[in-house]
Design a protein around this ligand. Structure first.
Ligand SMILES: *[C@@H]1O[C@H](CO)[C@@H](O)[C@H](O)[C@H]1NC(C)=O
Ligand SMILES: *[C@@H]1O[C@H](CO)[C@@H](O)[C@H](O)[C@H]1NC(C)=O
Ligand SMILES: *[C@@H]1O[C@H](CO)[C@@H](O)[C@H](O)[C@H]1NC(C)=O
Ligand SMILES: CC(=O)N[C@H]1CO[C@H](CO)[C@@H](O)[C@@H]1O
Length: 190
């Protein structure tokens, strides 16, 4: 169902602000290709998801989760997209973007340039957008072509993350960044 290609050092990173340049964040991206969107959507209920293979960024393992019918009944007209920390014992602080590939221009969606705030991920917790896009918006868009959809998730993982779980300290002031979306939702694993 999914073909996964890990890409490191995406274009975004080059334009990322000083934290990255200072080496405070470790960054990486993953693409998650859904080749049969309508079939997946039809076969899955609200609250259910498909998940990418695991990938590693900043020493932690992650996975992308896609809910074709929304993560709960309030959002059953939406697709929801999350990134989940898969390490069983570590805690990570990270920022992320979820972007869709425009199949016509073969460019990643513009809103991608907006990163989340720094979020704390505990094992199996996920952050993302329950209202990422409505079905009608997505299905009318150039992000869907021949029933195919490609999600790219980029993470910026704070280097001191694993120390945080051991009670290590970090400077919160270094972590503030442009938090653009106001619809983030922290959910326990479904
Ligand atoms: C996360 O899990 C991977 C695979 O088990 C392991 O190699 C890595 O050290 C773990 N990272 C942390 C921060 O615990
Ligand atoms: C769905 O999730 C949102 C965000 O957590 C919450 O506000 C809403 O009440 C939930 N709806 C249902 C039906 O559980
Ligand atoms: C993408 O972003 C650039 C720079 O902010 C803007 O000029 C352009 O109009 C945007 N394109 C779309 C399709 O929104
Ligand atoms: C990269 C960066 O902004 N580093 C700052 C982190 O916070 C310390 C203490 O406030 C500053 O001295 C660094 O310049």
């Amino acid at each position: 169902m999914s073909l996964i290609i890990a890409l490191f050092c995406s274009v975004l990173i080059c334009s990322a602000p000083l934290e990255v340049a200072a080496g405070v964040f470790l960054t990486g991206s993953k693409t998650f290709e859904i080749t049969d969107y309508s079939v997946v959507k039809k076969g899955i209920s609200t609250g259910s998801f498909i998940r990418s293979d695991r990938f590693t960024v900043g020493g932690h393992q992650w996975a992308i989760k896609f809910y074709p019918q929304g993560h709960n009944m309030s959002y059953s007209n939406y697709v929801s997209i999350y990134v989940q920390l898969k390490n069983a014992t570590s805690v990570a602080k990270a920022m992320y973007t979820h972007r869709l590939l425009d199949m016509k221009t073969l460019r990643w969606a513009n809103n991608s340039q907006l990163r989340s705030d720094v979020r704390t991920f505990t094992p199996n917790h996920q952050w993302g957008y329950y209202d990422f896009m409505t079905h009608s918006e997505l299905e009318a868009s150039d992000y869907l072509l021949n029933d195919k959809l490609v999600i790219k998730t980029t993470l910026w993982v704070f280097e001191g993350s694993s120390a945080v779980s051991k009670g290590g300290s970090y400077n919160e002031g270094n972590l503030t960044s442009a938090g653009v979306f106001d619809n983030d939702e922290n959910l326990a694993d479904a």
